[in-house]
Design a protein around this ligand. Structure first.
Ligand code: FAD
Length: 466
């Protein structure tokens, strides 16, 4: 069987489905090949289930703290199997919504594995055993990524879990070692600790959350330590030895850590191997990422690649942005390439982290003379009202010739609901706005976002509260 579309997309995750929706909205006929459920890692094994379980931890904590508001509730307990049911309900509901909107855009979804055959042809080996040839003017590769692990830590689902297994756990261990103190590792560490698990974070680099502004990373580390999360940095794990109920994680030159579960969180590998690219001319780098230019074109005319499959930040919203760039390019429009050094980043651990643009360190390294404004949530009325005063907002601006703060280069936040507050800072950074321009905008009172306004205003030399 052979069918034709304007665009055929391999992979129905955030990159693939965003390309399908955007292309469909532009009137293109779209075929999308997905071997699992539409929604990809993000919807089924990543962003959505992870944030849903983090919310479970938040509710647990809030109930535990109700007494300080004069509300008596008995000591909360957690039934993780019920939490899993709720998580799945959210995932299913979002999947249903996505399926409906794909249908409304007349996207034809093929359930099977797609391989690129060259000359605008994609072969689909259907999940039902069928074989279909799809022909298209344009092909978008969006097969995403899979978890990776370290030697000595095979993911067996019993002792060693990766994100897929953590998000599917039916019950909680009493102790866990999280290997890797990056964004996902810190989210898991925070969630597990808040649910009563004794957590040890083992990070090879000198600090957790490498690449973050140092003040922000330090605030997270302080919070973790206050909550008895044992954060060990600069450690190399070499393997583990299971016993009857626990396993010992071996650390080079250091003490073993004995835990019930090991959570490996050391990054993800692009899934180019599923696409049959050998001999097609689509080039892949030594790590498996498909090579692309600024408009997501691969080394073969008529083939684009987006999302976790390419060597750009592995974030769902970066996949969305690349999907739009690729479709605009296919339409012959003049897309604005994604500015990867200014994308928004959010980490949903407690305290939350959100930032866009230069950190203080990276701005200095890039040669800027900078001025910095830092304000703490403990001085913010809304933060006191919600009883969540941990964290800060930090604005990094370029110092002008007159010595005054000029362009806003970076906005870095750590604290309550900062993932919902970043958008103003993101706009400021990406609009290349100056401190004077942003300082005149009003932040509603009382809100957490006042701290952003206050931090910018302070850079004019005339802050209101600090
Ligand atoms: P994927 O989502 O991996 O989708 C690729 C799809 O292609 C899959 O459905 C797969 O089945 C399909 N596929 C692969 N090969 C073939 C083939 N040959 N034929 C047919 N189908 C194929 N990002 C954020 O922005 N915010 C977050 O909070 C966040 N949290 C995360 C938490 C966790 C625990 C994890 C693991 C990831 C998180 N991410 C987050 C990252 C985010 O999930 C990914 O960046 C995003 O899913 C990448 O989208 P994608 O479309 O490129 O790939």
């Amino acid at each position: 069987m052979a069918e034709s579309h304007d665009v055929v997309i391999i992979g129905g995750g955030p990159g693939g489905y965003a390309a399908a929706l955007y292309g469909g909205a532009a009137g293109l006929s779209i075929g999308m090949v997905e071997r699992d459920r539409v929604g990809g890692t993000c919807l089924h094994r990543g962003c959505i289930p992870a944030k849903e379980l983090l919310e479970t931890a938040h509710v647990y904590r809030t109930v535990g703290n109700a007494g300080s508001f004069g509300i008596s509730a008995s000591e909360p307990t957690i039934d993780f199997a019920t939490a899993q049911v709720r998580k799945q309900k959210v995932v299913d509901s979002v999947t249903k919504g996505l399926t409906g909107v794909l249908k409304a855009r007349k996207v034809v979804t093929y359930a099977g594995t797609g391989t690129y055959k060259g000359n605008g042809t994609v072969h689909v080996e259907g999940n039902d055993g069928s074989n279909t040839e799809l022909n298209a003017d344009a092909v978008i590769l969006a097969s995403g990524s899979v978890v990776r692990t370290l030697p000595g830590f095979d993911i067996d689902g019993r002792w060693v879990l990766a994100s897929d297994e953590v998000l599917a756990m039916e019950d909680l261990p009493t102790s866990a070692a999280v290997i890797g103190g990056g964004a996902i590792g810190c989210e898991f560490a925070s969630m597990l600790a808040d649910l009563g698990v004794q957590v040890t974070v083992l990070e090879f680099l000198p600090k957790i959350l490498p690449g973050l502004d140092a003040d922000v990373a330090a605030a997270v580390q302080r919070s973790f330590r206050r909550r008895d999360i044992d954060v060990r940095t600069g450690v190399k794990v070499t393997g583990h030895s299971p016993g009857r109920k626990t396993t010992k994680v071996h650390i080079e030159g250091g003490d073993d850590v004995e835990v019930e579960r090991i959570v490996v969180s050391v990054g993800r590998t692009p899934l180019s191997s599923s696409l049959g690219l050998d001999g097609t001319g689509v080039e892949v780098d030594e790590r498996g990422f498909v090579k692309v230019d600024a408009t997501c074109r691969t080394t073969v005319d008529g083939v684009w690649a987006i999302g976790d499959l390419v060597a750009t930040p592995q974030l769902a919203h970066v996949g969305f942005a690349e999907a739009i760039v690729a479709i605009q390019d296919i339409l012959g429009e003049d897309p604005v390439p994604v500015q990867y050094d200014r994308v928004p980043w959010c980490i949903y651990c407690r305290p939350e982290v959100a930032f866009a643009g230069h950190s203080e360190e990276s701005a200095r390294e890039a040669g800027y003379d900078v001025v910095v404004s830092t304000h703490h949530f403990r001085a913010n009325s809304r933060a006191q009202i919600i009883d969540d005063v941990e964290g800060l907002v930090k604005i990094i601006a370029a110092k002008g010739k007159d010595g005054q703060a000029g362009q806003i280069l970076g906005v870095h936040m750590v604290g309550p609901w900062v993932t919902e507050q970043l958008s103003a800072g993101y706009l400021a950074v990406n609009w290349e706005a100056s401190v004077d321009e942003v300082a005149q905008f009003i932040q509603p009172h009382p809100t957490l976002s006042e701290l952003f306004g206050e931090s910018v205003l302070a850079l004019t030399g005339r802050g209101l509260h600090g």
